[in-house]
Write a protein that binds this ligand. Sequence first.
Ligand SMILES: Cc1cc2nc3c(=O)[nH]c(=O)nc-3n(C[C@H](O)[C@H](O)[C@H](O)COP(=O)(O)O)c2cc1C
Length: 389
Amino acid sequence: MPTEFISLTFPNDSNELAPKPGTPADPAFLTRYARTLDDYGFKYTLLPYDAGGFDPWTQGAYIAAVTKNLKIIIALRPNTVYPTVAAKALATLDQLSNGRAVVHFIAGGSDVEQAREGDFLTKEERYGRLEEYIKILRRAWSNSEAFDWEGKYFQFKNYSNRVRPVNGHIPISVGGSSPEAYRIGGSLADIFGLWGEPLKDTKEQIDKIYAEAEKAGRADRPRIWVTFRPIVAETEELAWAKAHRTLDALNGNKTAFQKTFPNFAQGNSEPQNVGSQRLLEIAKRGDVQDRALWYPTVTATNARGASTALVGSPQTLADAILDYVDLGAELISIRGYDNYNDVVDYGRYILPLVYKGIAEREEKDKEGTAVKTEVNGDSKTIVVPSESA
Ligand SMILES: Cc1cc2nc3c(=O)[nH]c(=O)nc-3n(C[C@H](O)[C@H](O)[C@H](O)COP(=O)(O)O)c2cc1C
């Protein structure tokens, strides 16, 4: 499977560097932003979910109408839409977009946030509900025969779905870093979403997800999605200066952020979701980890959402991203802080370098693998062609 890029879409130019409380959805901005993603070869955009925020479904339908190739990832909390309704809504979006719908499940990481929309299940129960939900979607998309459901969280009778996905199925993604997330995502998801952690920690998470896939008896395993917030400039020096300006802005506009995204502002209390807890724990190991992974943006925001930055020149960032590609990540999500301008920079300077790095790897693979061997007692290096390597 190829390496593909994801971004995230907000419907106006309010962002973390310059939050603008109360800004409405801006169709001109959304059109320009989505088309820029499409033009630069991003393959997906995530429409995120929070209890008080803009609706992902209507934004997704809008984006589908103004783009050609971009796939629309609807972030979905199972407490917000009955699964039979979601099955039809996603399949309808899929048909209207010629097969470009994707769903990203959020079990729910915070009791307070879940309660805002009437959800009082424990986190363990929320994951149990998610498991049932995914099974219902798979069943509803597989054929139009009527079926009953007698589950713990959902019960219905004689439901049949006439609205089928274009390719028979819509990719299902699960995000999280708790054992429950690994279990449900590993056993049932097509894609597993992670936030950017150091290579070693990411590898540990991937291994756990794959182990769950194997335990569930799957022949395949979820494609891995890793998320970063790159801060890029022409040189290392300029990129680091920009990183510190970004950090100053994040620290300086906490009140405006709180007013703009009240449900996302985590304050200083310990987040309940394991993904954020892990980021904060890893931040204690040092500001810069691996090649260019930068943690002060994590601590400044109390790890609200994807918050690990990658800082450097385009080549440094491409090399850092390629490290994750080598680790097995096929989906790379990059979103900056100045959303629109960052998409342009990434599209112009980072994506081409990553694709170049991948092409070089493929070329090397074709040439074969260098193997040390002994010939008549002498140690020699020979190249074994890929097919027999
Ligand atoms: C790539 C990715 C995207 C996410 N998008 C959202 C989102 O849009 N809204 C949200 O509330 N949580 C989002 N989350 C957060 C988690 O899905 C959420 O906290 C999870 O339900 C529980 O996390 P845990 O298993 O790490 O404890 C996202 C997570 C990942 C990895």
